[in-house]
Each structure stands twice: as structure tokens, then as C-alpha cells.
Design a protein around this ligand. Sequence first.
Ligand code: T4K
Length: 368
Amino acid sequence: MGRREEPIRVTRSSMPPFAEYTKMIQELWESHWLTNMGDFHQMLERELKEYLQAENLSLFVNGHLALEMAIQAFGLTGEVITTPFTFASTTHAIVRNGLTPVFCDIREDDYTLDPEKLERLITKQTSAIIPVHVYGNLCRVEQIEAIANKHQLKVIYDGAHAFGECLDQKGVASFGDACMFSFHATKVFNTIEGGAVSYQDPELASEINGLKNFGILDEETVALVGGNGKMNEFQAAMGLCNLKYVEQEIGKRKHIYRQYQNRLSGIRGIRLCPEDPRVKRNYAYMPVVFEGYKKDRDQIFRELEQHEIHPRKYFYPCVNAYQCYKGRFLPEDTPVARRISQEVLTLPMYADLPLDVVDEICDLILKN
Ligand code: T4K
């Protein structure tokens, strides 16, 4: 096989038409207003609040700081129950707030936090649950929230992968006390780097908006020990441009997902995520689990790499096996998460991924 011009990576940022972005940048040149909640920031906040069906929404410079500052705004204490099957950010945001993460195992089918295993982890110290809509698979929100209400715990979703998704036509922002979104370059919707937190209680607005701007309330009042989490105008402009095309992009992703599904579903040892008819999906990732397949995950990973195709082992290792948490947690305590992390591969997925490349990837996976 001849060498391809560009390697195929796990994803590729969606770009708006160049002229549409530069037109907005021209305005920034003329206004000299580059950051600190400028016009584009305000416009994007309004548009996203509507698109995500959020009661309240605050933009951030990235998803991680949105989560870290949302946790701070809720004034959580003690222990927070979360999933080890996620990106580093989720747990780090808990630990960097001086809280103790307690890991709950995940469900076998969609890899989200398993509500059946949740209640036994609740102690007097527990103040919140931070589940993750991993790969855009929505958590069992009803079950999680029933348990949270019973024990008076806050629920903050890590919705980094769940942009634009709905359950029974209700936007993901409607669930729990708050939800974080990531608008990183690798996401379905990007603002280059960026993120947001949506939240139900309007009283939290001054806390959340204050924390992202050093706790400054007005020119003479600094009311909180905040940090700097502000999204700048170049990011907001990118978001305004990309938002116009996001439905189109999701439509293209769906097409690619279907092609993978046609080729890989029903094959012994290959498992795709189940589809929930109640969910409007965004097709953010293409996770495939190889369990008892004729080739193991790492062999498939190597074979694809030899053809300059670069899937990723999202999310291996599990967070409770990270070097930085050595000695603090036991990965054996979450056996499903540990096993899935060893068997999963996220295949390339982005709107402009050619269908013949999808076929090539599937051919390589299926060949002996
Ligand atoms: N919670 C969860 C569950 C998350 O998954 C994430 C982020 C967060 C919280 C935190 O949100 P942010 O603070 O990031 O907003 C990537 C992303 O950097 C990260 O946002 C994402 N999750 C994570 C799952 O993936 P890496 O280290 O794997 O990215 P990298 O640089 O290897 O890029 C992956 C591929 O994406 C590249 O091979 C090509 C493509 N790419 C990458 C960049 C940077 C582009 O096409 N354009 C680009 O600009 O973490």
C-alpha cells in the first residue's frame, strides 16, 4: 500500500469557512477589545444557552477550569463519588479542590457510572457525585439523581463529550445541579480551547462568574478568591462561527458512525455501544471494545498504526491506576472499568473522515 499524504488521527478539528472567521477577527482588530467578557463572549453565551437548553450558562477558557471552578462554587467538602473511566481532568478537578475522589465502577454496556454500585459508596463525608457522560453515552440520570436526592448530594455532570445531546428532547444541561461542557479543538463543537458550565440555581451566578474573574465583583470589590478562567474574544468568535455548522457536522458524523456500525456490529468479540432511542446523539467518539476477539486491542492498535492510522486508547489507564495517584486507590476496586480500559479502542471519528478510510480501518480490524 502506498503511503498516505497525511496520517489518519483519532479526530480532526472542525473548521468554519476561513473568511467567516477572519471577518470577525477584523472586527476585533478595529475594536481593540480582546477579552474580559466582550461582545462575542456575550453573544456566544446567549446562543449556547439557547442551543443547550440551559437555565444558566457561563463560558470558560477551557472545560477543565469550568469543572474545577464549578466544584469550587458549590462549596463541596469531604468525598466526591466519581468514575475512574474518564480523562484525567475529571478527577484532577476534584483533587485540586482539596476533595477526596471515591471511585464507583462503570456499567458493562455504556461505560457510564453504575448507579447500582453507587449507594454503598456514600458515607457521612460524601457531598457530591460527579458522573461523566463518557463518549456522549448519557448517564442513568434518573437513577443517579434519585439517589442524590435521597442523600442530599449535589450532582455535577462532566458533559465534556455530550455537547448538544438530548434525552427525551431535554438538553443534557437540564440534568443534575450543573453540567460542564468542553469546547476543545478535539470536540464536536470547538472554540479552539474552551468550555462552559450550565447550572440550575440562578443564585450561583455571582459565584461562578466571580470565580472565573479573580473574584472581582466591581472595580472596588473583590469578593472571592477567584482565578482566571475567562474565554477570550478569538475563542468566542470561533465558537460563533462553528455553532452555525454544528448540526451539519453531527449529521456527517452520524453517517460515519453508521458505516462503522454496518461493518463491525454483530461480529463475535467486537462490541459497540448500545443506542438509546430516547437520546439525540452527537457521535463524538467511536469506541469499540474487543473482548475475546481473535486479536486483542493492542494488536489491532499496532496494526492500524503500521498503516498510519492512529486510534487512541481513551481511556487507558483508568484514573485510579495513574502514577500521580499511586498508593491512594486500588484499580481492582473497579473491575469493569479496569477491564474495559484494557479492551477499548476509540477509532478515528470526525465529520470529514472519508468513508473509504472507514472501510480500510474495518478491513484491517476484520482481517486475520
Ligand atoms: N472531561 C473529560 C471527560 C474530557 O474528555 C476532557 C477533555 C475534559 C474533561 C477537559 O476538557 P478541556 O479542558 O480539554 O476542554 C484530548 C483533548 O485535549 C481533551 O480536551 C479531551 N478531553 C481528551 C479526551 O482528548 P489528548 O491529549 O488526547 O489530545 P491530542 O493532542 O493527543 O489530540 C488528539 C487528536 O486530536 C490529535 O491526534 C489530532 C486531533 N487534534 C488535536 C489538536 C490539539 C486536532 O485535530 N486539532 C488540534 O488542535 O487530549
